[in-house]
Structure formats: C-alpha cells, structure tokens
Design a protein around this ligand. Structure first.
Ligand code: DGJ
Length: 743
C-alpha cells in the first residue's frame, strides 16, 4: 500500500519509491500538511510546533490556547476569511453574502486506481499501479464539501492532486476561487524556477530566490500562453542538475491558470495553483459539484535532471492517452517555411516528391489550403478546399502524395474564425465579443465561443468530416491568437465569469471526441509555435510544435527550457532553411539536424533549393535519426550544464532505461581563438559496463585532436570524462554514440 492511515497519530501518508507526503487531522479537524520530501517513515507532524504569533487569529473553541492559529500552521487546502491571511485555495459566497471557506475534516477513503475528473484530462493508470486517497473537508456554515483527491504512482514518484467542490446546502453558492492544490513548504530556503517568454522565445528558464511576499505567475489568455508556462520548480538554493531537493508542480490545464507563491511572516512557503481566479466565478446550485483541473507533483532529492525525468515519464506514460505517445513517429516534411501561403498543387507535389527522395515518411500541408486564403486575413472557418490553388481538391492532392509512398498530414485552426469567411457571415454571434464593443483582432482573426455546445459540435463535425472523407494520417491543430472580449450570449449575466473555463472545457470536449474516434491519427498541437504547450494538451496530443523560431541556436534555449518539464518526444522540432527565416542566422545543416533530433524530428524547407550534397546529408540525417529514434523517445534525458554555466557550448545526453545505449549531442555556440579544452563527463551510464564509442563531428574541428573511438569503461566516461577536439567556425556540432558491449 502506498497510502497509509495511522489512526493513533491521525496521519495520512502517501509513499512513493523515493518520496513521502503526509497530512494530519489536527485540532478541530483542520487538515494540516506535515511533510513532503524525501521518503521518511512514521509521524512527521511533531516537526511543527504551534506558536503564539501576534495578530494571528485563534479558533474560538480553543479559548485561551493562543499558540494555535490557521495563519501559522501549514494547511492542506487553505481557507479564506477564517483566520488564515495567507493565500487562499477556495473562496465561496452564499446567497446572503457570507463568503470565505473554513474547512474541517469529515471523512477519508483509500481506493485502488486513478480518479477521473468531469470534463477534464487526468492521469490514467495504464499499468494498474495507482492508488487514490480522497479526503473530504466541509464548511458547515456555507454548506459545501471539498473532496481533496490524491493519486499516488509509487514507482514513478508521482502524486496527482485535484479538488471536487460540492454544494451541500440549500441555496446557491458562487465559487470565486477554486484552486487545484495548495502545497506548503514550512521550512527551507528555496529558489523558484519558472519558464517565461514570448512568441518565438517560449519557456526561457528563470531562476531566483523566493523572497517574502506573494509572487503570482500565470496566464489570463484562456490558453496556457507563450508568456508563462504552467510548470514551476521550487528547489533548494544549492540544487544543481545532479543534486538537491526539487519540487515540480504542473497544472494539467490549457486555459487561464495561476501559480501563486507566498513566503510568509514565518518564512514558510505556500504554493497555490489552479484556474486563475481573476476572471473566474462559478455558480453551484444545491447538489451540484465542480471539479478543478489536476496538478502533477513530483519531488526528487537528487537534482533537476531527476525531477525532469519524473515528469517526462508521467506525461509520456500515464497522462497521454494517444497510442502515438509510445510509438515511433514518422519523419515529416512541412511546407510552411517552404512556401508560406504561396503554393499550388504542382508546387506541393514537387516538394512532396523531393521529401520522399530524402527519406521522409509524411508530408504536411500547412496553412492556406482552404476557403480563398492567400494570406492571414481570411477564410478561417471555411474548411473546404481552395480549388484555385488545388484543382481536383484534397482528394486528388492526397492521392498524389500517397502515390509517392508518403503519409499525408493537414493543418487546421478550427477554434478561430476570420471576419471574411462564410462561417462568420452565417454565425457572427459565434465569435467572442462584448456587446457594444468592437472585438480585438489577433492576427486579423476572432476566436470562436467554445463554451457553446453548438460551436464545439460544429468544430468536431467539421474536423471529423475531413478525417472521415480523406485519407489523412496527421493533423496539425493550431491557434494563433489569445482570447479577449470574453462575453457569451449563451450565458446569463451572473454566469459570465464561467466563460473562460467553459471555453477550455469545450476544447477538451472536442479533443476527447476526436482522439477517441480517430486513434490512428497523429495529432500535433500548435499555438503560433509553443503558446499552448502544456500537460492538458499533451493528455490528448503526443506532440506540440515547440516554437515558431526554427533557428537552431535559439532552439537550444527553448528546447532546454522545455525539457525541464516535458519529454523530447513531445517537442516538435524541424530543420529549416539557412539563413534562418526568423533570425537571419546561418548555421550548418548538420547542426540544425542535431538540434531537431532533440525533438519530434522533421524538416520545414523547400528541398528543391538544396544542393545534391545537402540532399545526401539529409538522407544520412534521417537514417541516423531512425537509428536513434527509440532511444531519444523513451530514454532518460540529462542536461549536462547548469543554467549559470558559461555558454560557449550546449550539450545534452539521452540514456536508454537499460543503460545499454546513449547519445550525447553538443553544439558549439561561441568559437574562441584559444579555447580551454572542451571536456565533458557523461551521465547516467553503468560504471561497470564497457561501451563502444562512436563520434560524429560535424563540420570544422582540428583533425589531429580527434579523440580515439573504440571501447571505454563506463566508469571512465562517467568519472574521468572525454575531451573533444578543438572546433571552430560557425556552430559546429557533435554526436557521441555509446553502445554497451557484451562482456
Ligand atoms: C503558426 C504555426 O506555428 C506555424 O508553424 C504555421 O503553421 C502558421 N501558424 C500557419 O499560419
């Protein structure tokens, strides 16, 4: 059993292989958080001493016992307006205006299996290993119950959390805040690592000490956003990639979210996360219940790399329901950067023919194939083929592509509408807008109101119609604006605060139906690059286009930042033309491939513009990628540098779970006239094993310094390391492949 109730100590303990999480039913039924950290046994509640802190209120029944206050004791799910001035997890209001939340233990239950959430993605239990703890708290005055749900995946060091709020009273309740989880770290000095950015610069890691006060991160865009990713790490001030305590919190949510972090008067840290409350309210009639999104929690005592691996395995193996999550993905060629909107059937077929000759498996037709779209001003919503560009329609084009021996993929953006479209002319009220106000445009387009079932039914039927009618193997599902002007004619005035969350639920409704009806289709998420790169989307889609910035040197940072929470297999990454279209930088073709191999590998260029020599290199790249594909998809990932290391080069390594194969990749980002030796120590290998080392050096290096290939002891590679020859020129790269040899 990974969940233990100790009736004498009144503790509930969740054990994973290397971590423990404990709560205690405290005085008056307050559910106190006692511990989350490295695996420990017994009663951990004695570590918290009540203390009399001035101006921290005491529960009335405790009378003169002033040492006990909800304001200073760590809470499992914090209340509001009832003596705890720190971040609240729940705020509810009754019809008479009474508001807050004063939560006390009512009952608990331990059961086998994972829990499901109404209309929301949640971790599954494919290996039949999960256990669930449900602890119900009540606020008698308001007439509500909160069921705190904990999923425990012992072998994975994974704990999931969510809250289910039920109106048990006689009048309507209004939820004004309903967090998914509250996590307390009563002791310690912590750094916060979060992943901020902007379009074409997503998930840039930022690390700094947690100071007193409240730090509030999140998105109000009704998508998880380019600007802040729904994933944070709290780690020991001295934690490194390979050592130190680290906590990761990842909301499984694709809409407006918040992560609030407070360091309080007693130096304790509280993290509250879930739906952003600023633009949220929810009416709960008597008997109704509300499920919050899930949050994934991992703790590792041995550094950031180990923490990342927990999340990688969780997303790949228990969250994503697509059968593609654990399968080799086709190497694709996408026409976006090759043609943008400027193509016709001949051009597309010429590109597809070349793609086949290069060794690609799948051709993707990107934006511009529908309505009368020739730029980004029109036709979103008109998901029928542009016969002027593609005479004979999709049928004939797909037949042509398939005749070449390629699979076929198609781009869609079905959550959006152009004002210049038949859809908008027929249903102007389907686009979000506030009465009497001109709605904001984003990339010249409006957003559909996904809270309305007729809209989500239309989206489902439209995309399902394409998939039923045509032989399509892959869908790239894009959105290219943030949601604004939130108002829906379908909701009464007092329920407009529900709209943002209802739009996200509408999206999940569509994705759930589509992925269930078309399990063989490979779906790739996209939002102007990586603007909706989150665990919610990854529950349905096994991969997401990482960024619209395809410059490999920029991608080193974006993909490294992304790797803290997300596995390589879910980051769409393509080799594009040089000079790069976003930055104008020139980089070697092989370096572009080395970087793209740290992701869902593909190409996004016009092969007709390549020389014969470049085409040969691409053929070799695709062969090499296919050799490494399983290792890169399923292997354990290691960042070989700290964030603050000098950045003359970037390196990462993937090691198979059996430790019998590994690939280390490196890109030199700053050549120097007289560099210090580039010396690396491998990670994750078996020290007792012997490995055959093969070295691929791409472009310029000093040939006399080429190191010896051949057999090396695992211990030598781990502890003594390996020195690369001097490399020079613009962005050379290397891949070192290790294969364990039989004794
Ligand atoms: C944004 C995506 O990120 C690009 O890859 C491309 O599909 C364009 N949209 C098309 O409009």
């Amino acid at each position: 059993m990974s969940i233990i109730y100790d009736a004498a100590a009144r503790t509930l303990t969740l054990h994973t292989r290397d971590s423990s999480y404990q709560m205690q039913i405290g005085p008056l039924g307050y559910l106190l958080h006692t511990y989350y950290g490295r695996r420990a046994e017994g009663d951990l509640g004695g570590l918290h001493l009540p203390k009399d802190v001035g101006f921290s209120p005491n529960p009335h029944p405790l009378g003169a016992r002033r040492g006990w206050s909800p304001d200073t004791m760590p809470q499992e799910y914090s209340g509001a307006n009832a003596g705890d001035f720190r971040l609240s997890s729940l705020k509810a209001a009754a019809e008479n205006g009474a508001w807050g939340a004063d939560l006390r233990y009512l009952r608990h239950e331990i059961r086998r299996g994972a829990y499901a959430l109404e209309g929301l993605p949640a971790a599954l239990d494919p290996e039949d290993e999960a256990e669930t703890l449900s602890v119900t708290l009540e606020d008698r005055a308001l007439g509500l119950e909160v069921e705190l749900l904990y999923g425990v995946y012992e072998s994975r060091d994974l704990i999931t959390r969510a809250a289910r709020i039920t109106n048990t009273g006689k009048g309507e309740l209004r939820l004004e805040k309903a967090a998914s989880a509250c996590l307390e770290l009563p002791f310690g000095d912590w750094d916060l690592i979060h992943f901020q950015g902007r379009h074409t610069m997503e998930r840039q890691p930022e690390r700094g000490p947690l100071l007193h006060g409240v730090r509030s991160l999140g998105s109000g865009r009704v998508s998880s956003s380019h600007q802040e990713n729904p994933f944070v790490i709290l780690c020991d001030r001295h934690a490194t990639q390979e050592g130190g305590d680290c906590y990761g919190l990842m909301p499984v949510y694709s809409g407006s979210f918040a992560v609030q972090i407070q360091r309080d008067q007693m130096d304790a840290v509280r993290v509250v996360t879930g739906i952003r409350d600023e633009d949220f309210s929810w009416a709960l009639a008597p008997g109704e219940r509300f499920d919050t999104p899930q949050v994934l929690l991992c703790f590792r005592h041995d550094g950031l790399n180990a923490l990342s691996r927990c999340f990688h395995r969780a997303l790949r193996e228990v969250l994503c329901r697509s059968r593609w999550s654990r399968k080799a993905r086709p190497v694709l060629l996408n026409n976006w950067e090759a043609t943008y909107f400027n193509f016709d059937a001949d051009k597309i077929l010429a590109i597809a023919r070349e793609a086949k000759e290069l060794g690609a498996d799948l051709f993707v037709l990107d934006d511009g194939w529908f309505g009368h779209r020739s730029d980004d001003h029109s036709s979103l919503g008109d998901w029928f083929v542009n016969e002027q560009k593609l005479p004979g329609g999709l049928e004939s084009l797909i037949r042509g592509v398939k005749a070449l021996g390629l699979q076929f993929g198609l781009w869609v953006e079905p959550e959006m509408v152009s004002e210049d479209s038949e859809l908008f002319r027929a249903h102007p009220d389907w686009a979000l807008s506030v009465p009497g106000r001109e709605p904001s445009l984003g990339r010249s387009q409006l957003a559909l109101d996904l809270s309305r079932p007729e809209v989500t039914d239309w989206i489902f039927e439209t995309v399902a119609g394409l998939l039923r009618r045509y032989d399509i193997d892959y869908i790239k599902w894009d959105i290219n604006r943030s949601l604004t002007d939130l108002w829906s004619p379908a909701l009464p005035a007092e329920r407009q605060g529900e709209l943002a969350h209802r739009c996200t639920l509408g999206l999940y409704r569509v994705l759930d139906r589509l992925t269930a009806e078309f399990p063989r289709v490979l779906f790739e998420g996209c939002a102007g690059g990586g603007g909706r790169f989150d665990a919610g989307m990854l529950a349905y889609f096994p991969q997401i286009w990482c960024s619209d910035d395809t410059d490999p040197i920029e991608r080193l940072v974006i993909q490294r930042g992304t790797s803290y929470g997300y596995p390589l297999s879910c980051m769409g990454a393509h080799v594009s033309a040089s000079p790069n279209h976003q930055t104008g930088r020139t980089t070697p073709l092989d370096t572009r491939a080395v970087v793209a191999m740290a992701g869902g590998f593909g190409y996004e260029l016009d092969p007709g513009k390549l020389s014969a020599q470049e085409k040969d290199r691409i053929r070799a790249q695709i062969r090499r990628f296919k050799d490494y594909e399983e290792l890169l998809r399923e292997g354990d990932y290691y960042r070989l540098q700290e964030e603050e290391d000098p950045r003359d080069w970037a390196a990462w390594q993937v090691v198979s779970r059996e430790r019998d194969e590994s690939l280390l990749s490196l890109v030199l980002t700053h050549p120097r006239a007289n560099p210090a030796p580039l010396h690396l120590r491998f990670m994750g290998l078996d020290p007792q094993a012997r490995y055959e080392l093969r070295l691929e050096l791409f472009d310029a290096f000093v040939p006399e310094e080429r190191p010896r290939e051949g057999v090396y002891a695992g211990s030598a590679l781990l502890y003594a390391g390996f020195t690369l020859p001097r490399m020079y020129g613009d962005y050379p790269s290397a891949q070192i492949h290790l294969k364990k040899i039989a004794d």
